[in-house]
Design a protein. Sequence first.
Length: 102
Amino acid sequence: MPVLAELAGDENLGENSRTFVFEDEGHTLGNVLKSIICKYPEVNFCGYTVPHPAENKMHFRIQAKKNVRAIDILRRGLEDLEKVCDHTIETFETAISNHHQD
């Protein structure tokens, strides 16, 4: 399970703007999570960077509309990603089962 922290310096911008640091994560999680969160209408900006290839961490930035907390957006994005993964696994297992029955 990834370790999550907040990048220092965002406290003064309010709850709607945060940069989260995921330890032991990179482009695989960053790209798909960004794709999901960017579609939310309450999100003004969402992006990620991998600061350096030698560092095994990802910075994930969310800027939401006022009165929407970035941490809530992140939580929703991770929950939606989990649903996508569950659906993918179910679809794959059904296809395998159907293939073995043929």
